[in-house]
Design a binder for this molecule. Structure first.
Ligand code: NAP
Length: 246
């Protein structure tokens, strides 16, 4: 039980990577506070993960809205007494070539992926600093490390998230609040399932391990970064990409 007595708040956790993190953290003893857009799906996920109730609470809201982030963190502290771990996982893509990318596509992706993470990190900073223990884990992307054609908005948001990770790490280090990023490669979730077959084929040849990753493989790295085992690790980016980017 590596997360016994710990409470974790996970954004975008009704499905995909966020849900896989929630499932693993629950099995390691954590209490969970799940946040996502769709209230119905969030309830279904919470019931599936915690059928008898008491260990998973939810808050439906939009990470882009400061008031939703603050209300979620407040409710998490009220419900479980503390927030030890924040996983900034909510994320979207709106791909387009640079010359065709609209202001709306740019703003939407930057807002959810970067401002959303900022909103939750800011709201969690005070309780974590007060308790002199915290873990902030930002789910970035390999695209934020080496770019990708057609994803200027997504690459900028994830590159920004990596830079923000390092700034937060420096700011909160003396209070034992550690901030790290995980940069997944190509992971099999709803976000990637509809990519054209030829793109998938290209990735399979470019990934040294010759396969796509699973959400559970991201969750295991998050568990390590959320645990006491990383007592001297902050401001780092861990790639989980099958060797795609080194
Ligand atoms: P996913 O299956 O689409 O799940 C993302 C979740 O975030 C969805 O439940 C979505 O809700 C929620 N969300 C979106 N906008 C939100 C908002 N404004 N406020 C609150 N919640 C919001 O995607 P995933 O593949 O698990 O991705 C999780 C994270 O990993 C993202 O940050 C993504 O960028 C990152 N990542 C994924 C991959 C990959 O290959 N899958 C690779 C690198 C990085 P709705 O469905 O209701 O919109």
């Amino acid at each position: 039980m590596r997360l016994k007595d710990k409470t974790a708040l996970i954004t975008g956790s009704a499905q995909g990577i966020g849900k896989a993190i929630a499932k693993l953290f629950l099995s390691e003893g954590a209490k969970l506070f799940l946040c996502d857009l769709d209230a119905g799906l969030l309830e279904t996920t919470a019931k599936e993960l915690d059928p008898s109730g008491g260990r998973v609470a939810v808050s439906a809201g939009n990470v882009v809205k400061k008031e939703d982030a603050e209300a979620a963190v407040e409710k998490a502290v009220k419900t479980f007494g503390r927030v030890d771990i924040l996983i900034n996982n909510a994320g979207i893509t709106k791909d387009n070539l640079l010359m065709r990318m609209s202001d709306e596509e740019w703003d939407a992706v930057l807002n959810v992926n970067l401002k959303g993470a900022f909103n939750f990190a800011r709201a969690c900073a005070r309780p974590m600093m007060k308790q002199r223990w915290g873990r902030i884990i930002n789910i970035a992307s390999v695209v934020g490390q080496f770019g990708n054609a057609g994803q200027a908005n997504y690459a900028a948001s994830k590159g920004g998230l990596i830079a923000m990770t390092k700034a937060i790490a420096k700011e909160l280090a003396t209070r034992n609040v550690l901030c790290n990023a995980v940069a997944p490669g190509f992971i099999r979730t709803r976000m990637t399932e509809n990519l054209p077959e030829e793109i998938k084929k290209f990735y399979l040849t470019a990934i040294p391990m010759g396969r796509f990753g699973e959400a559970e493989e991201i969750a295991k790295v998050c568990l390590f970064l959320a645990s006491d085992d990383i007592s001297y690790v902050t401001g780092q980016v861990i790639g989980v990409n099958g060797g795609f980017y080194m």
